[in-house]
Structure formats: structure tokens, C-alpha cells
Design a protein around this ligand. Structure first.
Ligand code: BEZ
Ligand code: FE
Length: 299
């Protein structure tokens, strides 16, 4: 495609038209968006029919949103935009706090996803948060420290996952009670321990416009098995992250691009018998250990 002078003039005219925007950051964001959008339209030689299809797609995305479902976030997740924002935010915070990259100190963040349910019950360390939940039992242990390795007592861990078949409580019609969710506080040595299930891979919701897009892209819709953690502690930068099950299918092709190598954890299989906390296990179980590191908050 050749670009005519008039096309470039149009882009410049639109950018010029926002020159009086009072908020300089808003002007920067919109200016860059206008330039890149115009470039995209010219680069792909977009037809009116394709432009209308895009508008219809975005309209359908909006109409699919309810108080329980956010199709725009799913769109952002599946285009890798959410993960770009997460990585940028953590790198920025880390550079401002210490000049170091997160990979070498704080636990790496990943997407929050749509299944966080605020207000999970506070449970004692060592509790089983997956009573009656389908799946193989797993014992999660570890320590929360600062980036120098100092244990953080009283750090809050908000934990959630789907069941052993990859289904979250929120996805089950009529399920009003929380399942496989809890909040824990670390002990005096910064340690945590709880029982849940070993999470399975699962597909993102495919019955909306984003599902059609994924199909059109020739991709599978799955996320590898993972359990979500939201960690916080006064004086420290909180982190929203996952632990991924090593060897889970789709670890190398997460549909939302959330996998980070530092978050992949070996789940060790054990035969029925006594667990380390004295629990009598009548079937095989798994254990996973991971230490989390929180960076000091910026002042
Ligand atoms: C999740 O892990 O819960 C999730 C994240 C992004 C999109 C869909 C689900
Ligand atoms: Fe999830």
C-alpha cells in the first residue's frame, strides 16, 4: 500500500486536534493511540466491511459483560495486554524501589483473572480449604520473606483455585458458597501451610465473542493447572500471582500468557499414609513447596 500525503495529513490533523487537552498524560495516551490506529488501518489496508466487523465484535464484547463476567478483561488477557501491564507495573515498582529487576528479588506477578472473590474466610494454618471439592489432595507449604530473606510474620495470603477438574465455584450455576478459597496469615517464622487440591488445566469461557476470536486464531483455549495467591503485608508491595503445576499440559502455551518460569512448582506425589502434619491420608496426595518474596513498598 502506498501512503498518500492526505492520509498522513489526516493522522496529523487528528493528533493536532487534541493539543489543548488539559491532562498531558491523556494527550500522550490518545496521541499515540491515534497514530498507531491510523498506521494499523493503512498497513493492513482495512476495508469498510472489516472495520464494521471489528465494531460489531467490540459491541458484542460489551454486551457479554455482566456483574459476573468481564469479556473485555478476557479480551485483554488473551491478547497478552494484561500480562504486558502486569510486567511493566512490577518492573517499574521494582526499579523505583531498588533499581533491581523483579526476577532477582520479589516474587513475580501474573494476571489476576476473573475468578477472584473478595472476602474469603480466614482459616487457621494447616486447614483443608477444599473439603468436598473434587480433586486430589495437595499440601501447600512455604515461607514469606522480604527480598533479603527476612521472614515476614503476619503476611496475608488470599488463596483461590478451581477444583481438580478445573472448575471454579463462581462458574457453577446456583453455587453461592465459596469453595477452595481462604485467607491465611503467616506464623512467627513467616511460614504458611494448608491443604487444597492439585489444580487442573482448564479452558477460559469460550461461549462469547472472545471464544469466537480464539477459534478463529486456531488456538486452544486452555490455561495450565495453577493456584492463585494474592499476598499483602503492611510496608511491602503486595503481589498477585499463581503457582503453576510443573508438567501440566499447556504450560508452554497458556492462552493468557501468564506463565513465568519462577512460578512453576514441582508437585511431589505421595502414597496414602501419614502426612507431615500428622494427617492420615487414605489416598495418594501431593505436596508443593514455594517461598514468596515481597519487596519493600515505595514511599
Ligand atoms: C484465571 O486464571 O482464573 C484466568 C485468568 C485469565 C482469564 C481467564 C481465567
Ligand atoms: Fe485461574
Amino acid at each position: 500500500m502506498t501512503t498518500t500525503i492526505q492520509q498522513l495529513e489526516l493522522t496529523q490533523a487528528v493528533v493536532n486536534s487534541i493539543a489543548k487537552s488539559r491532562d498531558p498524560r491523556f494527550r500522550q495516551l490518545m496521541g499515540s493511540l491515534i497514530v498507531k490506529l491510523h498506521e494499523f488501518i493503512r498497513e493492513v489496508d482495512l476495508t469498510p466491511e472489516e472495520w464494521m466487523a471489528a465494531i460489531e465484535f467490540l459491541t458484542a464484547t460489551g454486551k457479554t459483560c455482566t456483574d459476573k463476567r468481564q469479556e473485555f478483561i478476557l479480551l485483554s488477557d488473551t491478547l497478552g495486554a494484561s500480562m504486558q501491564v502486569v510486567m511493566l507495573a512490577q518492573a517499574r515498582a521494582s526499579a523505583q524501589a531498588s533499581g533491581r529487576l523483579p526476577a532477582t528479588d520479589a516474587t513475580e506477578a501474573t494476571v489476576q483473572g476473573p475468578y477472584y472473590w473478595p472476602g474469603a474466610p480466614d482459616r487457621e494454618l494447616g486447614s483443608n480449604i477444599a473439603e468436598g471439592v473434587a480433586g486430589e489432595p495437595a499440601y501447600y507449604t512455604g515461607q514469606v520473606t522480604d527480598t533479603e530473606g527476612k521472614p515476614l510474620a503476619g503476611a496475608l495470603l488470599d488463596v483461590w483455585s478451581g477444583d481438580g477438574e478445573g472448575v471454579y465455584d463462581m462458574q457453577v450455576e446456583g453455587q453461592t458458597e465459596m469453595l477452595a478459597r481462604a485467607r491465611f496469615r503467616t506464623d512467627a517464622q513467616g511460614r504458611y501451610a494448608f491443604w487444597s487440591i492439585r489444580p487442573s488445566f482448564y479452558p477460559i469461557p469460550m461461549d462469547g465473542p472472545v471464544g469466537k476470536m480464539i477459534e478463529g486464531m486456531g488456538k486452544h483455549p486452555n490455561r495450565p493447572g495453577h493456584i492463585h495467591f494474592m499476598l499483602s503485608m503492611p510496608g511491602y508491595a503486595g503481589v498477585t500471582t499463581h503457582l503453576f503445576v510443573a508438567n501440566s499440559p499447556y504450560l508452554d502455551s497458556d492462552v493468557v500468557f501468564g506463565v513465568r518460569d519462577s512460578l512453576v512448582v514441582d508437585f511431589e506425589r505421595h502414597e496414602a499414609g501419614k502426612a507431615p502434619d500428622g494427617r492420615d491420608m487414605d489416598k495418594p496426595w501431593w505436596s508443593a513447596r514455594h517461598d514468596f518474596r515481597l519487596a519493600p513498598a515505595r514511599h
